[in-house]
Structure formats: C-alpha cells, structure tokens
Ligand binder design. Sequence first.
Ligand SMILES: [Zn+2]
Length: 145
Amino acid sequence: MEERDEDDEEFCGVYMVVKQAKIIFVNANLRTSRKHFTIAHELGHHYLGHPLQNGAIICDSDSVFGKNKPEQEKEADYFAACFLMPENLVKRKRTEFFNDCPKQTTLFPADQQLEQQHQLQRYLSDYFEVSMEAMGYRLDELKLG
Ligand SMILES: [Zn+2]
C-alpha cells in the first residue's frame, strides 16, 4: 500500500464511460468533504451531458473553484453545490443557526458579525458535510455570505 499526501494527487475525480457503464472514480486520498463534492461534481458532468475526451473527463484539484477553469467545470461545480447544499435547506439551517446562536456582547459589532459568519459557515459545513471553502462559495452564491 502506498501512502500519499493530498498534494501529490493526480486527480480529484474522473467520470468515465465504458460501453454502457458510467463510472465515477474519486481519489481515495481526499478528505471526506472533498470526496463528497468531487462525486457530486462528476455526477454533474454526467447529468449535464458534458462531452468526454477519449471516453473520460478527468478533473484535477486545480479545477475545483479555480477562477480560469473551463465552463463545463464551473457548471459541474454549480451542479455539485446545488446537489449537496440545496437552497431551501441552506436557508432553513441558517435561520436555525441564528435563532439558536447566543448573542455575543463582548465583541465590537463588526468583529461580532465576522465571527458569527465564520461560525455559521462552520455549522453549515458540518451539517452538509462539505468543506468550509465549498460552504463559503455556496453562501456567496446565495447572497447569504
Ligand atoms: Zn470536472
């Protein structure tokens, strides 16, 4: 068995079609939250009907949340975000968080807001089992950041 750092990974995920079989590979070295996102991202390539190159779409780590990535990678990310973090549920959990959140009075209002936003992001990323990064991206997208 070979142990590798996450930095060494050649790919995050691959979507592949072999005859009738549609196959998703995910890099076993990724953290669980990253695996979830990658699998949903590959499902996105499938459901959005993206064209394959030599029978596959190979997604490397740079392609997740990169600014200059190809359009179909952005689409697959958006699919994954919607799939893993549905808007209605994000909004409901966000409301629950603010209802349960004890009021902090020791911090200045600006710090308090920043700290609370950070806690919200952590709370939601735990709930949806996605990375903090993915959750932040989704909150921005829904204009809840
Ligand atoms: Zn991809």
